[in-house]
Design a protein around this ligand. Sequence first.
Ligand SMILES: [Zn+2]
Length: 227
Amino acid sequence: MSIRSRRAHRELHGYLEGLYGPQPTLIIREIPHEGAVRISLTVSGTTAIRPDPEDGQTYSSASIDRYAPEFVSLVEQIAARLVAIRSERYTPGGGLEPQDQSDAEYDLHADYYHLIPLASLEIGVPWIEVVRAVAEVLRREDLLDGVVSSQIKQKFASLRWYFDSKPRDFRDQINVIISAAEHLSTVVCETCGAPGRHRRGGWHVIACDPCDEARGRKRTKRVGGDG
Ligand SMILES: [Zn+2]
Protein backbone atom coordinates (compact mmCIF):
# COMPACT_ATOMS: atom_id res chain seq x y z
CA MET A 1 0.00 0.00 0.00
CA SER A 2 1.37 3.43 -0.95
CA ILE A 3 1.92 6.23 1.57
CA ARG A 4 -1.02 8.08 0.01
CA SER A 5 -3.32 5.06 0.39
CA ARG A 6 -2.26 4.54 3.96
CA ARG A 7 -2.98 8.16 4.74
CA ALA A 8 -6.44 7.90 3.16
CA HIS A 9 -7.28 4.82 5.25
CA ARG A 10 -5.94 6.44 8.41
CA GLU A 11 -7.88 9.67 7.93
CA LEU A 12 -11.17 7.96 7.12
CA HIS A 13 -10.74 5.72 10.15
CA GLY A 14 -9.82 8.78 12.23
CA TYR A 15 -12.94 10.75 11.30
CA LEU A 16 -15.28 7.87 12.14
CA GLU A 17 -13.46 7.09 15.37
CA GLY A 18 -13.66 10.77 16.32
CA LEU A 19 -17.42 10.73 15.85
CA TYR A 20 -18.35 7.30 17.15
CA GLY A 21 -15.47 6.01 19.28
CA PRO A 22 -13.31 2.90 18.67
CA GLN A 23 -14.08 1.13 15.40
CA PRO A 24 -13.20 -2.56 15.66
CA THR A 25 -15.53 -3.66 12.84
CA LEU A 26 -14.83 -0.92 10.31
CA ILE A 27 -14.29 -2.19 6.77
CA ILE A 28 -12.40 0.15 4.46
CA ARG A 29 -11.64 -0.94 0.91
CA GLU A 30 -9.91 0.85 -1.89
CA ILE A 31 -11.51 0.91 -5.33
CA PRO A 32 -8.59 0.79 -7.74
CA HIS A 33 -8.82 3.26 -10.62
CA GLU A 34 -6.00 3.04 -13.11
CA GLY A 35 -4.21 6.39 -13.30
CA ALA A 36 -6.70 8.21 -11.04
CA VAL A 37 -5.44 11.01 -8.83
CA ARG A 38 -8.09 10.40 -6.20
CA ILE A 39 -8.01 7.54 -3.75
CA SER A 40 -11.54 6.11 -3.70
CA LEU A 41 -12.47 4.21 -0.59
CA THR A 42 -15.63 2.39 0.38
CA VAL A 43 -16.46 2.14 4.04
CA SER A 44 -18.99 0.21 6.06
CA GLY A 45 -19.40 -1.35 9.48
CA THR A 46 -19.11 1.76 11.61
CA THR A 47 -19.95 0.98 15.22
CA ALA A 48 -22.18 3.76 16.53
CA ILE A 49 -23.27 3.00 20.06
CA ARG A 50 -26.03 5.26 21.26
CA PRO A 51 -24.99 7.03 24.46
CA ASP A 52 -26.88 5.91 27.56
CA PRO A 53 -29.37 8.68 28.40
CA GLU A 54 -29.01 7.71 32.08
CA ASP A 55 -25.28 8.42 32.25
CA GLY A 56 -25.73 11.95 33.55
CA GLN A 57 -24.74 13.75 30.37
CA THR A 58 -27.37 15.63 28.46
CA TYR A 59 -28.03 15.01 24.80
CA SER A 60 -30.07 17.37 22.71
CA SER A 61 -33.28 15.91 21.38
CA ALA A 62 -32.50 16.94 17.82
CA SER A 63 -35.01 15.98 15.16
CA ILE A 64 -32.36 13.91 13.39
CA ASP A 65 -31.16 10.71 15.04
CA ARG A 66 -27.38 10.68 14.62
CA TYR A 67 -27.15 7.04 15.67
CA ALA A 68 -29.68 5.74 13.15
CA PRO A 69 -27.97 3.31 10.74
CA GLU A 70 -29.06 5.31 7.66
CA PHE A 71 -27.59 8.48 9.13
CA VAL A 72 -24.33 6.75 10.07
CA SER A 73 -24.05 5.35 6.56
CA LEU A 74 -24.55 8.84 5.12
CA VAL A 75 -21.76 10.14 7.35
CA GLU A 76 -19.56 7.25 6.10
CA GLN A 77 -20.27 8.20 2.49
CA ILE A 78 -19.52 11.89 2.95
CA ALA A 79 -16.37 11.08 4.93
CA ALA A 80 -15.13 8.73 2.18
CA ARG A 81 -15.75 11.46 -0.40
CA LEU A 82 -13.95 14.01 1.74
CA VAL A 83 -10.93 11.71 1.87
CA ALA A 84 -11.09 11.20 -1.91
CA ILE A 85 -11.14 14.99 -2.43
CA ARG A 86 -8.31 15.51 0.06
CA SER A 87 -6.29 12.72 -1.52
CA GLU A 88 -5.86 14.88 -4.63
CA ARG A 89 -3.57 16.99 -2.43
CA TYR A 90 -1.71 14.10 -0.78
CA THR A 91 1.91 14.17 -1.92
CA PRO A 92 3.70 10.88 -2.69
CA GLY A 93 6.07 11.46 0.24
CA GLY A 94 3.33 11.95 2.83
CA GLY A 95 2.68 15.70 2.98
CA LEU A 96 -0.28 17.75 1.87
CA GLU A 97 -0.13 20.10 -1.11
CA PRO A 98 -1.29 23.54 0.10
CA GLN A 99 -4.44 24.94 -1.47
CA ASP A 100 -5.05 28.66 -1.88
CA GLN A 101 -8.21 29.89 -0.13
CA SER A 102 -9.47 31.99 -3.07
CA ASP A 103 -8.77 29.20 -5.55
CA ALA A 104 -10.68 26.71 -3.40
CA GLU A 105 -13.66 29.07 -3.15
CA TYR A 106 -13.64 29.92 -6.83
CA ASP A 107 -13.25 26.31 -8.01
CA LEU A 108 -16.18 25.16 -5.87
CA HIS A 109 -18.32 28.01 -7.13
CA ALA A 110 -17.33 27.24 -10.73
CA ASP A 111 -18.27 23.56 -10.33
CA TYR A 112 -21.53 24.22 -8.41
CA TYR A 113 -22.58 27.60 -9.70
CA HIS A 114 -26.10 27.72 -8.26
CA LEU A 115 -25.55 25.72 -5.09
CA ILE A 116 -22.54 27.78 -3.98
CA PRO A 117 -22.68 31.53 -4.61
CA LEU A 118 -19.17 32.90 -4.03
CA ALA A 119 -20.23 35.19 -1.20
CA SER A 120 -21.83 32.31 0.72
CA LEU A 121 -18.50 30.75 1.76
CA GLU A 122 -17.11 31.86 5.13
CA ILE A 123 -14.95 28.83 5.91
CA GLY A 124 -11.37 27.72 5.31
CA VAL A 125 -10.07 25.25 2.73
CA PRO A 126 -10.53 22.05 4.80
CA TRP A 127 -14.24 22.68 5.35
CA ILE A 128 -14.67 23.86 1.75
CA GLU A 129 -13.62 20.30 0.93
CA VAL A 130 -16.38 19.00 3.23
CA VAL A 131 -18.83 21.22 1.32
CA ARG A 132 -17.52 19.84 -1.98
CA ALA A 133 -18.07 16.30 -0.70
CA VAL A 134 -21.70 17.20 0.03
CA ALA A 135 -22.12 18.87 -3.37
CA GLU A 136 -20.92 15.64 -5.00
CA VAL A 137 -23.43 13.60 -3.00
CA LEU A 138 -26.25 16.00 -3.92
CA ARG A 139 -25.27 15.79 -7.60
CA ARG A 140 -25.15 12.00 -7.51
CA GLU A 141 -28.58 11.88 -5.84
CA ASP A 142 -29.88 14.36 -8.42
CA LEU A 143 -30.78 16.87 -5.72
CA LEU A 144 -29.05 20.00 -6.97
CA ASP A 145 -32.01 21.53 -8.81
CA GLY A 146 -33.26 24.70 -7.17
CA VAL A 147 -30.91 24.47 -4.18
CA VAL A 148 -29.15 27.77 -3.40
CA SER A 149 -26.97 28.37 -0.35
CA SER A 150 -27.02 31.70 1.42
CA GLN A 151 -24.30 31.27 4.03
CA ILE A 152 -21.88 28.49 4.97
CA LYS A 153 -19.92 29.23 8.10
CA GLN A 154 -18.54 27.92 11.36
CA LYS A 155 -20.62 28.39 14.47
CA PHE A 156 -19.83 26.84 17.86
CA ALA A 157 -17.21 24.60 16.25
CA SER A 158 -19.53 23.10 13.68
CA LEU A 159 -20.29 23.74 10.05
CA ARG A 160 -23.56 25.68 9.62
CA TRP A 161 -25.13 25.69 6.20
CA TYR A 162 -28.01 28.04 5.42
CA PHE A 163 -30.09 28.18 2.25
CA ASP A 164 -31.88 30.78 0.17
CA SER A 165 -33.94 28.11 -1.52
CA LYS A 166 -34.56 24.41 -1.16
CA PRO A 167 -37.23 22.55 -3.16
CA ARG A 168 -40.06 21.52 -0.87
CA ASP A 169 -40.28 17.97 -2.24
CA PHE A 170 -36.67 17.18 -1.38
CA ARG A 171 -36.24 19.31 1.70
CA ASP A 172 -36.07 16.43 4.20
CA GLN A 173 -33.65 14.46 2.04
CA ILE A 174 -31.36 17.48 1.67
CA ASN A 175 -31.60 18.38 5.35
CA VAL A 176 -30.41 14.98 6.48
CA ILE A 177 -27.40 15.14 4.12
CA ILE A 178 -26.50 18.62 5.40
CA SER A 179 -26.91 17.44 8.95
CA ALA A 180 -24.54 14.51 8.31
CA ALA A 181 -21.97 16.96 6.90
CA GLU A 182 -22.33 19.28 9.88
CA HIS A 183 -21.80 16.31 12.17
CA LEU A 184 -18.72 15.22 10.20
CA SER A 185 -17.26 18.75 10.34
CA THR A 186 -16.92 18.44 14.13
CA VAL A 187 -13.96 16.08 13.61
CA VAL A 188 -12.30 17.84 10.65
CA CYS A 189 -9.41 20.15 11.64
CA GLU A 190 -10.26 23.63 10.43
CA THR A 191 -6.61 24.39 9.74
CA CYS A 192 -5.35 21.29 7.90
CA GLY A 193 -8.35 18.97 7.49
CA ALA A 194 -6.87 16.00 9.36
CA PRO A 195 -9.02 14.21 11.94
CA GLY A 196 -9.39 16.55 14.91
CA ARG A 197 -11.66 17.40 17.78
CA HIS A 198 -13.40 20.26 19.51
CA ARG A 199 -11.04 22.52 21.50
CA ARG A 200 -12.30 25.08 23.92
CA GLY A 201 -10.29 27.99 25.24
CA GLY A 202 -11.27 31.41 24.00
CA TRP A 203 -12.38 30.50 20.52
CA HIS A 204 -14.20 27.23 19.82
CA VAL A 205 -12.43 25.40 17.02
CA ILE A 206 -11.91 21.93 15.63
CA ALA A 207 -8.20 21.14 15.57
CA CYS A 208 -5.96 18.12 15.18
CA ASP A 209 -3.23 17.63 17.80
CA PRO A 210 -0.38 19.28 15.83
CA CYS A 211 -2.51 22.30 14.84
CA ASP A 212 -3.77 22.63 18.40
CA GLU A 213 -0.18 22.59 19.70
CA ALA A 214 0.73 25.26 17.16
CA ARG A 215 -2.20 27.35 18.37
CA GLY A 216 -1.05 26.87 21.95
CA ARG A 217 2.46 28.03 21.09
CA LYS A 218 1.07 31.16 19.44
CA ARG A 219 -1.08 31.89 22.48
CA THR A 220 1.84 31.43 24.86
CA LYS A 221 3.94 33.72 22.73
CA ARG A 222 1.29 36.41 22.80
CA VAL A 223 0.79 36.12 26.56
CA GLY A 224 4.41 35.53 27.61
CA GLY A 225 5.94 38.01 25.20
CA ASP A 226 9.26 36.17 24.80
CA GLY A 227 7.86 32.92 23.28
ZN1 LIG B 1 -4.72 20.23 11.76
